[in-house]
Design a protein around this ligand. Structure first.
Ligand code: SAM
Ligand code: SF4
Length: 346
């Protein structure tokens, strides 16, 4: 783990703050925590996980439901209000429902969402809704069965679609579908994915591939700027209507095919970095707070919690927020090597 120099120094950590006033050094309000529950997955997407050779986190090093709740409570005490569960594949955690129940009961939490590949949602969506989950993003890169098998490996497109429908029926809405576009795999399928929004109230969001860890070269080789995907969609469906006056909604620029029931989003971390508006920290399944997805700086919350107890977490969160880097360095060819996306939580 890289200890960012600033984490070791006596930096100007803020002491007098309220949950509403805490900002990082660049004036950004950080109120969104992504929690990775596990680094295992039941798929092997080309840009995310290799087929062989990955080492998984040993069970004693995974955060327990109690520890996840303790860290989330400390985050909310310093001003966080939104949590997203992710992985790896979060639905592989046998104690997922308990984790959702514990988090949903914390006063001050406004949204509790989850990102999943959807395969297990038909069995779990109603229980997740009952436990307090607000909504889900389902990851599905193409509606073409053969290309789904090539790109996401180990799964079938019908399974992901069944997950989307299960989320819709359970009221985990609006259902968002995430698609990473990779040249030679699914770059020709973006118009087909966009067509899902014609009759369904779903948000289909196209994500540029980012280089991380062991699969970085796959992401670089297959990178497709989202301007290209947008042009392909317009060639098929006509000019898109820009929503929100073209301004970012979270990390996405939103559009609509005229008269469509749903919306389209374009998430452009590589061609149009949105670091200036970044509002998030990430908690890995082994209890490290990662200050930026695309740099390797981490703070060890699990060891602090296990050795010093939960009172030590709040000051550590203030330190993490204060030390958050200004942004990623992809344009200089610098990207993180230590962990892949499945080991961080996208
Ligand atoms: N397994 C779940 C899933 O696939 O949604 C949750 C974890 S996955 C790491 C979270 C998100 O990261 C997915 O929506 C996937 O599209 C995205 N992702 C994975 N690797 C990526 C990469 N190299 N570049 C951009 N997005 C990536
Ligand atoms: Fe698994 Fe999600 Fe990574 Fe695909 S993107 S391999 S579904 S963790």
């Amino acid at each position: 783990m890289i200890q960012f120099p600033i984490l070791n120094e006596d930096i100007n950590v803020q002491h007098n703050f309220t949950p509403e006033s805490l900002r990082d050094r660049y004036g950004r309000r950080i109120d969104y925590l992504r929690i990775s529950l596990i680094d295992h997955c039941n798929l092997r997407c080309v840009y995310c996980m290799p087929l062989h050779g990955l080492q998984f986190i040993p069970k004693p090093e995974l955060l327990t439901p109690t520890e996840i709740e303790q860290i989330a409570r400390a985050a909310i005490a310093v001003g966080f209000s939104k949590i997203r569960l992710t992985g790896g594949e979060p639905t592989l955690r046998p104690d997922l429902i308990e984790i959702v129940e514990r988090l949903a009961a914390i006063p001050g939490l406004r949204t509790l969402a989850m990102t999943t590949n959807g395969i297990r949602l038909p069995k779990m969506a109603h229980d997740l809704k009952r436990a307090g989950l607000t909504r889900v993003n389902v990851h599905m890169d193409t509606v073409n069965p053969e290309r789904f098998r090539r790109l996401m490996r180990w799964g079938e497109v019908e399974e992901a679609l069944a997950g989307v429908h299960a989320a819709q029926e359970a009221g985990l809405t609006p259902v968002k579908i995430n698609a990473v576009v990779l040249r030679g795999y699914n770059d020709e399928d973006v118009a087909g994915l966009a067509a899902l929004t014609l009759d369904n109230p779903w948000h289909v969001r196209f994500i540029e591939s980012m280089p991380l860890g062991i699969q970085a070269n796959e992401a670089i080789r297959g990178y497709v700027p989202n301007s290209e995907s947008l042009a392909r969609i317009e060639a098929e469906h006509g000019s898109l209507e820009a929503l929100n006056e073209g301004e970012l909604v979270g990390e996405a620029r939103m559009y609509r095919i005229p008269k469509a029931a749903g919306q389209l989003g374009f998430i452009n971390p590589v061609s149009e970095p949105y670091c200036d508006d970044c509002n998030r920290l990430r908690l890995t399944a082994d209890g490290k707070i990662r200050l930026c997805l695309l740099t390797d700086h981490e703070l060890d919350f699990r060891t602090t919690l296990r050795e010093q107890g939960m009172d030590a977490l709040k000051p550590l969160f203030v330190r993490a927020v204060t030390a958050k880097p200004v942004g990623h360095q992809l344009r200089h060819g610098i990207y993180p090597a230590q962990r892949g996306m499945s080991q961080i939580g996208g």
